[in-house]
Design a protein around this ligand. Structure first.
Ligand SMILES: NC(=O)c1ccc[n+]([C@@H]2O[C@H](COP(=O)([O-])OP(=O)(O)OC[C@H]3O[C@@H](n4cnc5c(N)ncnc54)[C@H](OP(=O)(O)O)[C@@H]3O)[C@@H](O)[C@H]2O)c1
Length: 298
């Protein structure tokens, strides 16, 4: 499979580049069997120079590479662009191809209807995939063969950890937790670094203190297997500095703010998809109120 897999990327932005880099590094595919499609020729040139992959500006052209039909077609465009892309590709998908969509919010029903093609994997990766430390949550439609599942799993494992879910609603939930997750962590690290600078540390030292503290805490939590509250209690001596800090964090509503942020991201994911999912169901079938209700259920 490693030597023969042909991969197409429809949309060659940040996530596509991360996946291309990791697919080549992990030998999931060879550069001459990868093709990246996007509207800007200069972006294609950039990717060709960096990775040696084929590029094009016509999405349909990306369905063949190195003299053969592609095996996996990664949809890596923004949700708003999906209706255009689905229209362009409809009727041209090689029958044996697997569609692998990482597009936030757009559901498999919409993609299947839009492309008239059943074998679809929907996935939500995140940016640490760039260094093989990503978290990808994914599901597959019933038309996806065992071999295609293995191909998808192989790609996700090269990107880091993967978690298969049966319920598609969990893809929007994962978008808010792990897909958007690096944002919460980076923002928290940035705020901690600024606080350390405010205390008087140089920025270089502040960055080192914060980065290693976060990294060490994550590894410690993983290795110990203990509940996070237990680990936190271990650092919180009575009347000590942690207790004082936690009092302020609780007073400032950190938990509530985080919970609200995740909920807002979840709702945004559903809303972004609903525009496309709604448009697809309007053109393909009468509006289905129950289906829309499903999208809003966490
Ligand atoms: N970034 C993340 O952390 C993350 C994580 C998980 C999932 N995702 C999902 O991954 C998808 C891509 O995200 P991204 O961050 O990679 O976005 P991005 O960097 O904006 O990439 C999207 C790419 O699609 C291209 N494009 C625009 N119109 C197109 C068309 N008609 N046909 C083909 N390509 C077209 C864009 O080209 P131009 O730049 O020339 O417009 C751009 O290169 C999104 O749906 C997002 O929800 C992102």
């Amino acid at each position: 499979m490693k030597e023969t897999l042909r991969l197409a990327f429809i949309g060659s932005g940040t996530m596509a580049e991360a996946m291309i880099r990791i697919a080549i590094k992990a030998e999931v595919a060879v550069p001459q069997r990868i093709v990246a499609s996007g509207p800007r020729e200069e972006r294609g040139q950039e990717l060709h120079t960096r990775y040696g992959v084929a590029t094009c500006t016509d999405n349909r052209q990306a369905l063949t590479v190195d003299g053969g039909d592609v095996d996996v077609i990664v949809l890596s465009v923004k949700p708003q662009v999906m209706p255009t892309v689905l229209n362009e590709l409809r009727g041209a998908i090689p029958p044996q191809a697997l569609i692998l969509s990482i597009v936030a919010g757009v559901n498999t029903k919409t993609i299947a209807q839009g492309l008239a093609h059943g074998a679809i994997v929907r996935a939500m990766p995140n940016t640490p995939a760039q260094i093989g430390q990503g978290m990808t949550v994914w599901m597959a439609t019933s038309a996806v063969s065992e071999q295609q599942r293995d191909q998808a799993r192989c790609i996700f494992q090269a990107m880091g950890e993967e978690c298969y879910v049966e319920d598609e609603a969990q893809l929007d939930m994962a978008t808010a937790v792990s897909g958007t997750g690096p944002t919460y962590v980076f923002l928290m690290m940035e705020a901690l670094t600024d606080a350390a600078v405010h205390l008087g540390f140089s920025r270089r030292v502040a960055v080192q203190l914060v980065t290693q503290t976060v990294l060490g805490s994550v590894l410690f939590a993983r290795q110990s297997g203990r509940h996070l509250a237990e680990l936190r209690n271990m650092v919180t001596s009575p009347g000590g500095t942690s207790a004082e800090a936690i009092y302020q964090l609780d007073k400032g509503g950190l938990r509530t703010v985080l919970s609200k942020a995740v909920w807002a991201a979840y709702q945004k994911s559903v809303r972004l998809g609903a525009v496309v999912n709604g448009a697809a169901s309007i053109s393909a079938s009468p509006p289905d109120e129950n289906h829309r209700g499903e999208e809003e259920r966490p």
